[in-house]
Design a protein around this ligand. Structure first.
Ligand code: IMP
Ligand code: MG
Length: 189
């Protein structure tokens, strides 16, 4: 297999990711002693959600929302998998992999508010604040990151690399040139 000449860099390893889930789980438990509904956005949040819920030693219910972006610059969002739970009157936390422009989170918070939730908040593993287009509040943040493309631990590039155990920074231009080229390199760490 051909190897790209550039490197890839670890952003957060499994120990650091576990520490983030532990910290945020405790914060959520402290803020919602009577329970909360966690709405996870597919697919990027799956690994984070799995770790987070096991660090949340209190009542919680889980649901999933699938979105797809489309249109000019993919700035429009539509629902491709809707919630199963009724969220009216409930306290809801939206769980995401990363907040980038904020368009996705803004859409989801509005949707859940329209469904009559009693309260809404957001919990994101990563927050790329420098790229924000909409001023969304992210109450629970794993880590603020720079403007770099990350893959692994649920996050993808063109549906690849979600199954890497840790989070890695990878050059978008290199990924685009050869989307699968980094498997060997990333798995060998
Ligand atoms: P936003 O609507 O611009 O905030 O984008 C949020 C969504 O874009 C996230 O839920 C991710 O699915 C995706 N995304 C943004 N940055 C990255 C990245 O660096 N790696 C993988 N997915 C990303
Ligand atoms: Mg993606």
């Amino acid at each position: 297999m051909s190897q790209p000449a550039h490197g890839v860099r670890s952003l957060l390893d499994t120990v650091e990711l576990a520490a983030i889930a532990h910290r945020l789980g405790r914060e959520i438990k402290r803020d919602y002693p009577d329970g909360v509904v966690l709405v996870a956005l597919l697919k990027g949040s799956i690994c984070f959600l799995a770790d987070l819920v096991r660090e949340l030693p209190g009542p919680c219910e889980l649901d999933f929302l699938g979105l797809s972006s489309y249109g000019d610059g993919r700035t429009r969002v539509r629902v491709v998998k809707d919630l199963d739970l009724e969220v009216a009157g409930r306290d809801v936390i939206v769980v995401l992999d990363i907040v980038d422009t904020g368009l996705t989170l803004d859409y989801v918070l509005r949707l859940i508010a329209l469904r009559g939730a009693r309260s809404t908040a957001a919990c994101a593993l990563l927050d790329r604040q420098s790229r924000r287009l909409l001023p969304v509040e992210v109450r629970y943040v794993g880590q603020v990151i720079r403007d770099e493309h990350v893959v692994g631990y649920g996050l993808d590039f063109d549906e690849r690399y979600r199954n890497l155990p840790g989070l890695e920074v990878a050059e978008e231009v290199d990924l685009r040139a050869e989307p699968s080229a980094m498997f060997e390199r990333l798995w060998r760490r």
